[in-house]
Structures are given as structure tokens and as C-alpha cells.
Write a protein that binds this ligand. Structure first.
Ligand code: TUI
Length: 310
């Protein structure tokens, strides 16, 4: 079954749970444009999350979800809140949500953990997840080791639940490829950063539009927190510290607040501009509706072309 049928939405697309960026208003705009909007709890406190869930409910009649970032100090309380608020879809990132799944299922939510490996996909399927989001290392932000191309088919072979492909998808060719690999749909992040509706600072959008194919780098592997960001002054300084053998605490101190600096203050040099490898193929700011329509019609056109050439 395609992801849109499974979730009761128009397009087989989920928005990524981008911390500090994916507000209730943005999630509602994504849902109103036909995909599944997500509130990114990663950058919020508990009270703010409650307020953003209610705001989202007031702005859309369509399904929406919350992404719980499991490294967040308040993750457990947030997990309870989404059950209380009867949020229709829960996605998770940066950890194993196993202990929360029964509670979310009891509250009627569909549960879609992000997983970077076959082993975790199998564990999530056994724990009752409704689908898994297989995210390749092409993605922005916190990433695993495997590429989308290698990960998605191996996960699709290993579990009986739908698989959503994430990381490296920004046009119709990549959407078609994701379906070919066995995905029921895709999660989109970087290509939605350059939507008109995205509330991120305009300097952040401009930095992404300017980036080329090799414009991102993964920092923090040595500290155990690999994060893909644009190569800028902050990235270079971080890599210098990492190579010089800086300890985890020092690196953490350096990263602290750096995403906020980029998202709110628009400091695209000293801030952490999280983005995936597809940043290099983005060149215009468009309304969400055009991004989604472009992806879907691009997929159909490419499929038709391949059929012609066969
Ligand atoms: O979570 C993400 N992407 C993110 S979270 C984030 S916020 C942040 N800010 C600063 C530093 C670090 C994070 C920005 N981007 N994507 C989903 C994702 N989940 N990618 C990888 C994973 C993952 C990794 C390990 C999921 C599960 C996992 O399991 C380990 C275990 O416990 O078995």
C-alpha cells in the first residue's frame, strides 16, 4: 500500500521533523498542501510542544504528526504528551522508541520510527511500529552510516510493514528511485527548507540555494553524534577541533546553540546549517504546493520516459 493511502493523505510524502524549524504552523501548512506535516519537538520544551500541537490542530483538518527527538532531555514527558493530545502520527529520531510504542498505539497513533539499520528496523517491527522510516546518510542533521540506496532495499526485505525512504530525495527521479527500492513513500526535509512557508531565517534558505553538490559535511563522528551540515566557518572550526582531539564536552559546548544561531538569527557562517546532500540541486524558493506537485509529476514523467525507452 502506498503511504498516502496508509496515512489518509494526498501525496506519499512525510515532512521531516526538523528541530527548531518545524513549528505547528509549518506542519499545518504541509498537511494542508497534501503531505503529512510534522511538528519537530526537538527544539521545543514541553509547554511549547503542547501549544504547537494545539495550534496545528486549529490550522488543519488533515492528519499531522509529531517527531520526538529521543536525545531530548524531556523526551519521556513529550512521549506522554503526544498520547494525551491524541496526535494521529508519531515519528521518532536519534534513538530507540521501543518503550513508548505500546502507549502510543493505545492512544490510537500510527508510529513510524526513523531507523538507520536493518537490526533496528526489525526490532521496531517486532515492537509494533506501523511503518519505519529508513534514513540514509545523505540526509541533513543527525545521520547514520548507510546510504539510502543501500539501506532501503535491505530494510524492505527484512520487515513486513511499509518502509518510507528518507535522505537524498528532492525531485521526481529520486522519488521514482525510492519506489523502485521498495519504499511506500518518502520523507522530505531539505527540499522543504526552501519553501515559501518554511519559517527558517532567509539567510538559511539563501545558504542552501547557494550550495553545490559537495557543500555538506558530517561533523561530530568522533563525539558519537554525526550531524550533516553545510560547510561554513562553524563546520571548519568544528572539524579543526575534532582533528585536534577535542573531547566530547568541548565539542558539545561548541555546538550548543549553533542550530538556533542559524535558524533564528540567520548566521549562516557561525551557525549550524543542517541540510542534506540534495542541497546542491535546489535553486528556487517555491510554495509547498508546487514542490509537492513538481515531485509527483516529475516522478510520473520520468516513469513514462523509462517505459518509452525500454
Ligand atoms: O534525528 C534525526 N535527525 C536529526 S535530530 C536533530 S537535533 C540534533 N541537534 C544537535 C545534535 C544532534 C541532534 C537533527 N537532525 N534523524 C533521524 C535519525 N535517527 N537519524 C539517525 C537516527 C538513529 C540513530 C540511532 C535512530 C536510532 C538509533 O538507534 C540507536 C539505538 O539506540 O539503537
Amino acid at each position: 500500500m502506498k503511504l498516502n493511502q496508509f496515512l489518509g493523505i494526498r501525496y506519499p510524502f512525510i515532512q521531516g521533523g526538523m528541530a527548531h524549524i518545524a513549528t505547528g504552523g509549518f506542519a499545518a501548512a504541509v498537511s494542508n498542501a497534501g503531505a503529512l506535516g510534522l511538528i519537530g519537538a526537538g527544539g521545543m520544551g514541553l509547554a511549547m510542544l503542547r501549544q504547537q500541537i494545539r495550534l496545528c490542530k486549529s490550522q488543519t483538518q488533515h492528519p499531522f504528526g509529531v517527531n520526538i527527538m529521543l536525545m531530548h532531555p524531556e523526551a519521556e514527558a513529550m512521549a506522554q504528551l503526544v498520547a494525551e493530545e491524541q496526535v494521529p502520527v508519531v515519528t521518532t529520531g536519534a534513538g530507540n522508541p521501543g518503550p513508548y510504542i505500546p502507549m502510543w498505539k493505545a492512544a490510537g497513533a500510527k508510529v513510524l520510527p526513523v531507523i538507520p539499520s536493518v537490526a533496528l528496523a526489525k526490532r521496531m517491527a517486532a515492537a509494533g511500529a506501523d511503518a519505519v522510516i529508513a534514513e540514509g546518510t545523505e540526509a541533513g542533521g543527525h545521520v547514520g552510516e548507510l546510504t539510502t540506496m543501500a539501506l532501503v532495499p535491505q530494510v524492505a526485505d527484512a520487515v513486513d510493514i511499509p518502509v518510507v525512504a528518507a535522505g537524498g530525495i528532492a525531485d521526481g527521479r529520486q522519488l521514482l528511485a525510492a519506489f523502485a527500492l521498495g519504499a511506500a513513500g518518502v520523507q522530505l526535509g531539505t527540499c522543504l527548507l526552501v519553501s515559501e512557508e518554511c519559517p527558517v531565517h532567509e539567510n538559511y534558505k539563501a545558504a542552501i540555494l547557494k550550495t553545490g553538490d559537495t557543500g555538506t559535511v558530517v561533523t561530530g563522528r568522533s563525539a558519537g553524534v554525526p550531524v550533516r551540515i553545510l560547510k561554513n566557518k562553524m563546520a571548519r572550526e568544528y572539524i579543526r577541533l575534532e582533528k585536534a582531539g577535542a573531547d566530547k564536552m568541548e565539542l558539545e559546548h561548541f555546538t550548543l546553540g549553533s542550530l538556533r544561531r542559524a535558524v533564528y538569527e540567520g548566521d549562516a557562517q557561525n551557525g549550524s546549517v543542517m541540510a542534506g546532500q540534495v542541497a546542491g540541486q535546489l535553486s528556487v524558493i517555491q510554495p509547498l504546493s508546487e514542490i509537492f506537485e513538481g515531485l509527483y509529476s516529475g516522478y510520473l514523467a520520468r516513469l513514462g520516459q523509462l517505459e518509452q525507452e525500454r
